[in-house]
Design a protein around this ligand. Structure first.
Ligand SMILES: [Zn+2]
Length: 283
């Protein structure tokens, strides 16, 4: 059951669904305009969000895409307002437009390695039998950074890239000290083994640390992250980027190193993260 959450005076969001890979959809409302974040993974998803917003008298004026993965853009057909995205997001949507999303085509792409089972399964589950996807191209493109004044609240859209997707953008709302991360902090899932690279991860951490936020929204997390939680996460990323290079991708050594530093046993999440860094390590 997805519900609209009131995060703060200017921000509401629709909770994610893990099973069908529905990401968080959000709206930032100022006294002039409302910016929506992401189009959803289907017309049904986009429609649900619009219905929920209407119940609260919120109408989107503009929409921004965090990146071009299917679950953030398949709802575009339903969007009737100007859409903003990074140049690379635009290009990727263009590349996806001619693709078929029928079982056979999906299975073939999984077989050849251009699609992953995780997404193919979620696409089948979310879309059911109707696999006709029409994604209109976004209206406004940018390269680096874009600031939108919504009236007493601002959104800074910043291209950060990273391992998960080269086109990842984050949206910072300074007045609310809130940072929408999209999927940028997640690993690269479009690879044989899910992975982080030390180089991309350290660049990303640096970019994120430039923003002073108290609340972080990750698109597939059920709850927003607090400042403390994000500090711990970024710290883990930093430790991994150091240790994976220092121990040349030797998993056992990295685990021992981090456990010694923490002076306790490592958590499941920490072990998983180390594994992703090991997967991404190349001599
Ligand atoms: Zn993604």
């Amino acid at each position: 059951m997805q519900t609209l959450q009131h995060l703060s005076k200017h921000i509401v969001y629709l909770t994610p669904v893990q099973k069908t890979d529905r990401p968080v959809l959000a709206a930032v409302t100022g006294n002039k305009k409302t910016l929506l974040i992401d189009a959803g993974n289907s017309v049904g998803h986009a429609q649900l969000f619009q219905d929920e917003l209407l119940k609260h008298d919120i109408n989107g004026d503009l929409l921004v895409l965090t990146h071009s993965h299917w679950d953030h853009v398949f709802g575009l057909e339903h969007i009737r307002i100007p859409v903003i995205c990074h140049e690379k997001t635009y290009q990727h949507i263009k590349e996806m437009q001619p693709l078929s999303w029928e079982d056979q085509a999906l299975d073939e792409r999984v077989e050849e390695g251009t699609e992953i089972p995780f997404c193919a399964d979620a696409i089948k589950l979310e879309l059911g039998r109707n696999r006709e996807i029409s994604m209109p191209l976004p209206d406004i493109r940018f390269e680096k950074k874009l600031t939108i004044d919504l009236g007493d609240v601002t959104c800074i859209i910043d291209h950060v890239g990273g391992d998960h997707a080269k086109d990842s953008c984050i949206i910072y709302v300074p007045e609310e000290k809130t940072l929408f991360l999209g999927d940028c902090l997640y690993a690269n899932l479009y690879a044989e083994k899910w992975n982080y690279t030390a180089e991309q991860a350290s660049r990303l951490v640096e970019k994120m640390e430039a923003y002073d936020a108290d609340t972080y929204i990750l698109s597939h997390h059920d709850q927003p992250c607090t400042k403390q939680e994000m500090e711990a996460e970024l710290n883990l990323m930093k430790q991994c980027t150091r240790a994976v290079v220092e121990h040349r991708g030797d998993r056992a050594k990295i685990e021992r190193d981090l456990a010694t530093e923490a002076n306790r046993e490592l958590t499941e999440h920490e072990l998983e993260t180390i594994g992703f860094f090991v997967n991404g390590y190349v001599e």
